[in-house]
Design a protein around this ligand. Structure first.
Ligand SMILES: *[C@@H]1O[C@H](CO)[C@@H](O)[C@H](O)[C@H]1NC(C)=O
Ligand SMILES: *[C@@H]1O[C@H](CO)[C@@H](O)[C@H](O)[C@H]1NC(C)=O
Ligand SMILES: *[C@@H]1O[C@H](CO)[C@@H](O)[C@H](O)[C@H]1NC(C)=O
Ligand SMILES: *[C@@H]1O[C@H](CO)[C@@H](O)[C@H](O)[C@H]1NC(C)=O
Ligand SMILES: *[C@@H]1O[C@H](CO)[C@@H](O)[C@H](O)[C@H]1NC(C)=O
Ligand SMILES: *[C@@H]1O[C@H](CO)[C@@H](O)[C@H](O)[C@H]1NC(C)=O
Ligand SMILES: *[C@@H]1O[C@H](CO)[C@@H](O)[C@H](O)[C@H]1NC(C)=O
Length: 454
């Protein structure tokens, strides 16, 4: 690959070149070690155009072919990747699949660290405003920051690919944003000039108002029914008063305005769930995260028909079931066992949809995946007694009551393990000569043959 640099910025424009069933997405990035950046993208496509995704695809971790490719257009001039993705969410009724993937991209040393990535696409949906040629442009400045001493990480978002508004109603849409550096994040409309950030979908949704500092879009849906594309740049700044961002991330999604006979107050509603808006939930790598999400219909005559999610890779959503006896509430359960490679923060969002296609406000939370808990039991030098006997009881109870139940723990001595019972009593056991404890298979194996987990 060739990268050409000027003086400070690495601007990689991600052009998703020529994709015809695109339904929006986001392109963000963060630095990794060794003069590399990791570009993260989420893309949504029309499901019925060959983008088959179901619970199996998600569970199996199947990589699906995307459409188009991501190009570096400033600072370098390569095709970075085709837009293959791990499907994370799908809607049969709205005919979309959405998924995400990341790619590590090596950068050449240079005095100008600005890169721009781009993607362009042609959308099959006839839009109320705009020409339905999509173009995305994300910019990264890889200069080491003076305030943090590190290279910046861009802001991220987790928008649904399709947002539904009701004709005649006033809508407030909060764009979920987050930034790993804790920077000030602002949103603005993408522009055609001086650099084309949005092709035919620039500054649509006339009559709407975007509050740049809160990233809240308000729109009174009194113009036309039908499809609108929204193209925004999400930008991070050191201070509120700064005008030059560290990075500019392209976010695009669709709004559908439908003419419904119900009153504006009859939209579905999300009661206080464990995963509340703005909450931060912790889980650990290789441990099961399992939560239910309840939604309520906006009127006795209406039914909740879906709870749509924007999920991290590998999260499975159950079917929708009735909840309680009110006849107005339904729930899904989301289950996720994060991989070690997913240690870090993930935005997770959901909305409820009813039988008229009305949607609730979006609820978004941050899921933090921590390192695996250290279950190692420390033994004395001779490996025949616990160093901290008082901790063994707790560790055995945790292990034997967890999901799945585990009856063995690793120790600080490689040829020994602890056998627990459900009363919390642990017993030190020695592996047969020539073997050692191998914790991820929970058995003793020939010394040196316990391959570490991927
Ligand atoms: C995905 O999983 C299902 C069952 O869970 C299995 O039947 C199918 O063959 C798997 N597909 C792939 C591509 O691994
Ligand atoms: C990127 O750099 C890493 C180490 O710095 C190297 O192992 C890898 O092969 C490089 N990849 C490409 C595509 O040049
Ligand atoms: C890139 O970031 C550096 C350090 O924050 C700043 O001095 C420089 O002006 C930025 N370049 C551009 C083009 O924004
Ligand atoms: C939407 O209508 C309300 C009154 O119903 C008004 O206060 C608000 O300013 C309007 N918003 C926009 C963006 O036109
Ligand atoms: C909305 O539906 C009503 C009743 O069906 C109809 O009278 C009105 O013209 C429709 N408006 C639009 C913009 O389609
Ligand atoms: C997740 O929670 C649901 C509801 O509480 C429960 O029925 C299900 O068995 C749990 N699944 C796992 C894998 O723990
Ligand atoms: C777990 O803790 C023990 C004792 O403090 C330490 O020796 C071991 O390296 C730790 N293991 C991991 C995977 O952090």
């Amino acid at each position: 690959m060739m990268c050409f640099f000027s003086t400070y910025l690495l601007t990689c424009i991600l052009y998703l070149a020529e994709s015809s069933h695109f339904r929006g997405g986001i392109i963000s990035w963060k630095p990794t070690d060794n003069h590399q950046i990791e570009i993260n993208y989420r893309v949504a496509f029309r499901a019925s155009s060959g983008h088959a995704c179901d619970a199996n695809t998600i569970e199996n971790g199947t990589l699906l072919p995307g459409e188009g490719s991501l190009q570096c257009v400033e600072g370098c001039s390569d095709t970075i990747t085709t837009m293959s993705y791990y499907c994370t969410d799908f809607s049969a009724t709205e005919d979309w699949t959405s998924g995400t993937n990341s790619i590590k991209y090596n950068l050449s040393a240079s005095s100008n660290n600005l890169f721009t990535f781009g993607f362009s696409s042609c959308c099959w949906i006839p839009l109320v405003e705009g020409s339905s040629n999509w173009r995305m442009r994300t910019t990264a400045n890889l200069t080491v920051r003076q305030d943090t001493g590190k290279i910046n990480s861009s802001p991220v978002s987790a928008m649904q690919p399709v947002v539904r508004f009701s004709y005649g109603c006033d809508h407030t849409l909060k764009i979920p944003v987050s930034d790993d550096d804790g920077d000030v994040v602002k949103c603005r409309w993408s522009k055609r000039t001086p650099n084309d950030e949005c092709g035919g979908v620039c500054e649509t949704l006339s009559g709407s108002y975007l509050d740049q500092s809160s990233c809240v879009l308000t729109y009174n849906a009194t113009q036309s029914t039908g499809w609108y594309a929204v193209a925004l740049q999400i930008e991070d700044f050191q201070k509120t008063t700064d005008t030059v961002p560290f990075s500019s991330v392209s976010l695009q999604f669709l709004i559908f305005v439908a003419n419904l006979s119900e009153s504006c107050a009859s939209r579905p509603f999300l009661p206080q769930n464990i995963i509340t808006d703005g909450s931060i939930l912790h889980s650990s790598a290789n441990k099961i995260f399992n939560e239910s999400i309840i939604a309520r219909s906006g009127a006795a005559t209406l039914r909740v028909t879906a709870i749509d999610t924007v999920s991290p890779i590998g999260m499975i959503k159950s079917a929708l079931f009735p909840f309680g006896t009110s006849g107005r509430e339904w729930f899904v359960t989301v289950t996720w066992t994060p991989m070690k490679s997913q240690i870090g923060t993930h935005l997770f969002c959901y909305t409820a949809v009813d039988n008229l296609g009305q949607t609730s406000d979006q609820t978004c939370a941050t899921l933090v995946v921590d390192e695996e808990p250290n279950d190692t039991v420390v033994l004395n030098q001779d490996c025949n007694a616990f160093k901290t006997p008082e901790k063994v009881h707790t560790k055995c109870i945790e292990a034997t009551t967890g999901v799945p139940k585990i009856f063995y723990l690793a120790t600080s001595c490689s040829s020994y393990f602890v056998q627990c019972n459900e009363l919390g009593t642990g017993r030190i056991v020695r592996c047969a000569p020539g073997t050692e404890w191998c914790n991820h298979v929970l058995t003793c194996v020939h010394s040196g043959s316990c391959a570490t987990e991927g």
